[in-house]
Design a protein around this ligand. Structure first.
Ligand code: PGA
Length: 251
């Protein structure tokens, strides 16, 4: 009942010309894909071009951040109105790189999540522990605080629009993947927290993606776990063939 969702997070990669060539490659295989929900999240500068290219396909458009405010004097920020004008449907929020390098806290992630939901954009809310947390036995404590903080005060019925991405920070861009057992354990734990926050039905329907060095070689095994409902793919989403293989592993 939870449709697998595979999203490509291109991060700060791809010029417009490079984005065009990647999307051409993806469209050849995935334009009509409906059994897995496919999302690409280019950098802001390529959104318009990619949006135009995806107009006649089933591939959905996402982006990598959004302002918590509506409009006004917020230099460097991008608003929900600007994103919706480009037919953006998903917004990655609270990625560990934003938490780490730009000091985004759960408070701000939560404000952005609420704004996205209010404006009918679907947030992909990222959580995950650092290596030092895992080594100190604090994985659950850290992940629980992020889940409760980032998703505070969201009514149960709005969880249908939410995707959570569990991304252990030590596995992002490092080539080190969590084992499928390690990932499943945390995914089940997250679903349990959501159950406690908003009840069984919302928890059972919530899609939880795994992210962190997911690639063609490990995607099938990860995606076959009962609480892993998709992937948030960084490095392997920059190459059409590897992203397509990951999507196919989810079929
Ligand atoms: P990675 O990145 O696949 O390159 O590890 C995942 C992410 O940060 O979303």
């Amino acid at each position: 009942m939870r449709k697998t969702i595979i999203a490509g997070n291109w991060k700060m990669n791809k010029t417009i010309a490079e984005a065009v060539s990647l999307v051409e490659g993806l469209k050849r295989e995935l334009a009509d894909c409906v059994d897995v929900e496919v999302v690409v999240c280019p950098p802001f500068t390529a959104l318009k071009t990619v949006s135009d290219m995806l107009a006649d396909t089933q591939i959905k458009l996402g982006c990598q951040n959004m302002s918590s405010e509506d409009d006004g004097a917020y230099t460097g920020e991008i608003s929900h109105t600007m994103l919706k004008e480009l037919f953006v449907r998903y917004v990655i929020l609270g990625h560990s790189e934003r938490r780490d390098y730009y000091k985004e806290t759960d408070f701000w992630v939560n404000r952005k999540v609420k704004k996205a939901l209010e404006k009918n954009l679907r947030p992909i809310v990222c959580v995950g522990e650092k290596l030092k947390d895992r080594e100190a036995g604090n994985t659950e404590k850290v992940v629980e605080a992020q889940v409760r903080g980032s998703l505070a005060d969201i009514p149960a019925e709005q969880f249908e629009e939410v995707v959570v991405a569990y991304e252990p920070v030590w596995a992002i861009g490092t080539g080190k993947t969590a084992t499928s057992e390690q990932a499943q354990e945390v995914h089940a734990f997250i679903r349990g927290i959501i159950r406690d926050m908003v009840g069984d039905q919302a928890a059972a329907g919530l899609r939880i993606q795994y992210g962190g060095s997911m690639k063609p070689a490990n995607a099938k095994e990860l995606l076959s776990q009962p609480d892993i409902d998709g992937g948030l793919i960084g490095g392997a989403s920059l190459d059409a063939n590897s992203f397509i293989s990951i999507v196919k592993a989810g079929l």
